[in-house]
Design a protein around this ligand. Structure first.
Ligand SMILES: Nc1ncnc2c1ncn2[C@@H]1O[C@H](COP(=O)(O)OP(=O)(O)OP(=O)(O)O)[C@@H](O)[C@H]1O
Length: 286
């Protein structure tokens, strides 16, 4: 047997972690908005985050988006600890690596849809009208490109926000209730767009209250009172690949593996009361 063959047999797949959170907490006085959360997300993963109001979803997204820092614990992005980075390094990451689809980032009211996307380009030091138009095309809004936000429906405004987030072709998209204001047709459009981004290798983390949206992700995690209490994989193949490459279960650090409150408390939308071997099943899996 040649040396080359030996090497082939001994090489193990390695999970390419994009995000690695270790024992992350965010504490405001008595409130633990996040409470000892450990989570790994590999590159290209499509992850849904569910949980009831106040469970810590936005806090988690703000930390992942480098817009907030944990009180305790460590967050690594592509192996680099965010807590060791300077403000200007964090700004570069926000600019170059992350695309945010957050409802609180409204459109500029006196600029058209196209100009709103071009403002995002300006922020990334490139202004290219054709590229901005292509971003609007991806969300099905070319014919609305010269409309002001006030002339667009809530769903259309939401899609302009998505076009804006795509402008720098981010490696990681963080979306907080991206389909919250959308009717069924627009929701389908956004989910198809996410599917395309996923197929292109983009890592997607989507906070949602919608079981259908959660079920489209490869993996769902659930927060309750700031803690990670549930995990469900919708894509068995991706799950097996993740484990084989050394990826850790989100519940690895939860004592006993069974989140007791899921058995007794009202469940946030996205999960039902059924728990299989300690893992709650999503509504969509029923
Ligand atoms: N700046 C802050 N100061 C004090 N408490 C805060 C602050 N930000 C969040 N919290 C608290 O932290 C907890 C988690 O809030 P967070 O916004 O992350 O929840 P959420 O799951 O996103 O809720 P929702 O679904 O309603 O948006 C809540 O109890 C909230 O009141």
């Amino acid at each position: 047997m040649t040396e080359g063959n030996d090497e082939r047999h001994t090489v193990q797949p390695q999970v390419q972690l994009l995000l690695d959170l270790e024992h992350v907490s965010k504490i405001y006085g008595d409130v633990h908005a996040l409470d000892d959360v450990s989570l790994q997300v590999n590159e290209g993963q499509w992850l849904a985050v569910v949980g009831s109001s106040g469970s810590g979803k936005t806090t988690l997204m703000n930390i992942l988006g480098c817009m907030d820092t944990p009180s305790q614990g460590s967050v690594r992005l592509s192996g680099k600890a965010l807590e060791d980075m300077s403000q200007s390094q964090l700004t570069d990451i926000r600019k170059d690596v992350i695309g945010l689809v957050f409802q609180k980032f409204y459109l500029v009211p006196h600029l058209t849809a196209l100009e709103n996307v071009m403002v995002a380009q300006y922020y990334h030091s490139v202004v290219d009208q054709d590229q901005a138009m292509r971003a609007l095309e991806r969300v099905g809004l070319v014919d609305r490109s010269h409309h002001l936000p006030s002339e667009l429906s809530g769903g259309e405004q939401q899609r302009v926000c998505i076009a804006r987030a795509l402008i720098n072709e981010p490696k990681l998209i963080l979306a907080d209730e991206p389909t919250g204001n959308l009717d069924e047709a627009n929701e389908k459009l956004v989910l198809e767009l996410f599917q395309q981004l996923h197929e292109q290798g983009t890592t997607l983390i989507v906070v949602t209250h919608d079981a259908l949206v959660a079920s489209c992700a490869q993996r769902e995690i659930m927060l309750s009172h700031g803690q990670l209490v549930g995990e469900h994989w919708n894509d068995d193949h991706a799950h097996q690949a993740y484990l084989a490459a050394g990826g850790r279960s989100a519940l690895a650090d939860v004592s006993g593996g069974i989140p007791v409150d899921l058995l007794t408390e009202d469940l946030p939308v996205g999960f039902t009361g059924s728990v299989e071997e300690g893992v709650p099943r999503s509504i969509s899996q029923q």
